[in-house]
Design a protein around this ligand. Sequence first.
Ligand code: PD2
Ligand code: ZN
Length: 197
Amino acid sequence: MTPLITIKVPDAVVYGNFLSATECAELIAHAEGHMKFSKVVDRASGKPVLHEARTSSSMFLKRGQNDLVTCIEQRISNLTGLPVEHGEGIQILRYDVGQEYRKHYDYFNPERETTPHHIKRGGQRIATLLMYLNTPDGGGATTFPHAGISVHANEGNALLFRYDTPTPATKTLHCGEPVTSGVKWVATKWLRQSKFA
Ligand code: PD2
Ligand code: ZN
């Protein structure tokens, strides 16, 4: 697959037409009706909690949940060179106007007490693939503030970024900008160092 954009720092690539319009529509149709307010991992307890830093709704698909998911997961594996088994289940997110995902790293902070628990299953996260399922009317870009880079949410495009160490040096701090008009649908695949069982 030929990149649309290649970025050195952070290590990131944008691909056009990673998903077809039909695939995007099918994923949205499947997710609708199963959406719950998104949670973040609580620093103290390590448990998922509601938080103003992440105001989207979301749902998880099981790995290999249906033929479409299996096909997309194989495509992700071909793209990243990582086995399908290293992937967490795809998460589908919906942001309405004003909703956002404030800046964060996707890897587990090595200094946090709850991190050993998270990395028991599959080790650290080493890469993220964001698949944009629609084009919001306004806002909703994915931004890397330490690199001054913003990726527009365009239907069918995918943003892959890698972080081979769980450190800020990767410059992978990123956020989902608030949606200012319409709605934004995106699917996230987080990839681990080893098998995520
Ligand atoms: O929806 C986004 O643009 C976004 C931004 C930051 C998604 C994630 N992080 C994520 O799912 O990790
Ligand atoms: Zn993220």
